[in-house]
Write a protein that binds this ligand. Sequence first.
Ligand SMILES: C[S@@+](CC[C@H](N)C(=O)[O-])C[C@H]1O[C@@H](n2cnc3c(N)ncnc32)[C@H](O)[C@@H]1O
Length: 252
Amino acid sequence: MEFFDYFSGLYGERWPRLLDALKGEGRAMELRFGENLEPYYLDEASYFAASVLDARPGMDVLDMCAAPGGKSLVIASMLQGQGSLQSNDRSPDRRLRLTHVLENSLPAAWLDIIKVTGYDGMKFGLHRKESYDRILLDAPCSSDRHVLNSPAHLEVWSVKRVKRLSVEQGALLASAVDALRPGGVLVYGTCALSPLENDKVVEKILKKRPSMRPVPIDDIPPGADRTEFGVHVLPDTSEGRGPIYCAKLTKF
Ligand SMILES: C[S@@+](CC[C@H](N)C(=O)[O-])C[C@H]1O[C@@H](n2cnc3c(N)ncnc32)[C@H](O)[C@@H]1O
């Protein structure tokens, strides 16, 4: 089948172990911000990607593709109710879940600074030029772990779709870059396995937007791989975490 041939070609001898790990248990952590608040379970690699953003109290932050909201919870905990967080997602259904997650898992004082919006991420670069200190773009991607565990999704998976997604990711990333203030930090992330959706998207934006530079990521999860521009956390070497790719960029 196309999926298996493609990734076995990409990962070579590593693929059988990686495939087993992708089918196995993930590694979730509990986020709980108060005794009477709902806990939220998030993959440890997702927590890592959100923390790479290094949001600090007082900053203006955009989570461009935020639903169902796990990474917005992490960002809200970094802001501690000071600054602003715009948790945006284009899908109305997923936005309902996002609102539910934020309202049920965050203390009221942290919620006060959060606005949930439903804009197309592609538009931020034009309408909110240089408006944010921090932007997380957790882009729509192939979600390969999910695909693998869903026969219906496996059936429609194709290299053509991976390429189509990488074009969409590039356009969202260009929009995020344009919405970032000079001196700001942007984290681009996916849960995809293919470099076409990861380093290649970053490589293209660095060529298109010379004001952007990659920033080294210091603390990475055990067993994660460093790539040309970022970090790839894969479950075979990282105790079940991931897959998560993330790259940290800044604007001069
Ligand atoms: C990988 S998920 C985000 C997961 C989320 N960051 C979290 O940690 O819970 C990608 C999201 O992007 C949203 N999305 C897709 N295209 C979009 C666009 N053009 N603008 C805004 N959101 C978009 C999808 O609805 C989906 O919820």
